[in-house]
Design a protein around this ligand. Sequence first.
Ligand SMILES: Cc1ncc(COP(=O)(O)O)c(C=O)c1O
Length: 486
Amino acid sequence: MTTNERLSKVYDAEQFRFIGKELIDVLANHLNDLQHQKEKTVYPNNSPEEELHFWQNDLEEKANPIATLTTLLNRSQQTQHPKYMGHQTAVPAPISALTSLVTNLINNSTGVYEMGPASNAMERVITDFTAKKVGYDIFSSGIMTSGGSLANLTALLAARKDKAPNNVWEEGHNEKLAVLVSEEAHYCIERAAKIIGLGDKGIIKVPVDSNFKIRTDLLPQYLEKAKADGLHVFCVIGCAGSTATGSYDNLNALAEFSKAHNLWLHVDGAHGGAVVFSKKYKSLTRGMEKADSVVIDFHKMLMTPVLSTALLFKEGNKVYRTFAQRAQYLWDSPETEEWYNSAKRTFECSKPFLSAQVYLILKTHGTDIFEKNVNQLYDSAKLMAQLVKNKPEFELTHEPESNIVNFRYVPHKKMSLNKLNILNADIRRRLVASGSFYIVQTTIADQLTLRCSVMNPLTSRKDFIELLNEIEKQAVSILDAAPMLI
Ligand SMILES: Cc1ncc(COP(=O)(O)O)c(C=O)c1O
């Protein structure tokens, strides 16, 4: 075959139709098998080396794309399985996957209007819709970014632009700047602070209370201490909610403190900001509407595939100043506020069509579907917590405020912390190796806990009961084999 013939084949529409039709059947069957648990394995549990070896060998093997894609399906983490209760990754609504197929094929890169007319307009619709749910008024505006980490970084840059004593973007740092944040904040906040050059001293971690919420009573003394150390604090960051426990900081108190000290208030609602869509749970984010900026991930509790994040600004015009920069080939005037040229306000130049999945979910399933999903996930977590409490050998680490449930297997109260940590880590290792469930673990105040994020609205009471029974079974077999652990 000539080069031209080969390249024509790459783009052949009929081949696309043929493979696409078959692929949809494969995916629908896969989804059905997972949802009805005919397929039992949630996680294939191959070691990284095994997996690498497999794909290294596979590359040179002849196979049609359907066979390869089926293998890929079966060797992956099955987030669509009701017994997936691991990290905070959404169970994507199938319509969002179909939408991704379309947005990937057209490949509009969104940064400038002409490279993404529908994309830029839809992005505006989705960010306006979400900003209204937060409680922002018409002066707010938003952008979409590839993920919460990037959105948090962008928010810190906007905060620095607005509150730092000099124009750091153009002049570099003249003063030592700092942010105040809960010690339970996601690691991307510290990373963002480091990226913008704040160093170790520039990220001031404030302790949390027994409910894992930032101690707002300590803020004045932490601010004073920072000043005494020669630091200029420009931003306070609230968690809504935190990653390990899903706890919501008192945003009203943070807003009051920020206002009193002329600080930017940023709220990391990457995970729990989704409750703004729920009448039942929205009160957890009371005060969020006073924040200068808010991040909400759609790819956590709002049913889209990774990545799709809204970064919202209370005063929409402020974000244009963040990246004021000349790029003649993209736009004529860096100063003009043009919502439709998304790259003016975000780090990304080429940017995926991030809003279409959200738009299609809302349009297909109703604009109240996020509310239904969030309510279901939060209610389910409360149910699971109750089931944990009903079992004498289990200990609930904290009452869940969100869909994150942390607990431990505690065969008897006198067991040492170290032994309990070993036991619970081993339980999780065995559970994951069995493939029957996927849960994760975290460490809270030196205690290793089993951690479930209830992400799938189809996960039922029966699944929770089976999980706890399976944990019990694994624990008994570990203790039978190693009685010295007790
Ligand atoms: C509270 C919080 N903030 C930020 C992030 C990072 O978001 P992303 O994974 O979208 O970059 C996470 C991820 O789990 C998170 O839980």
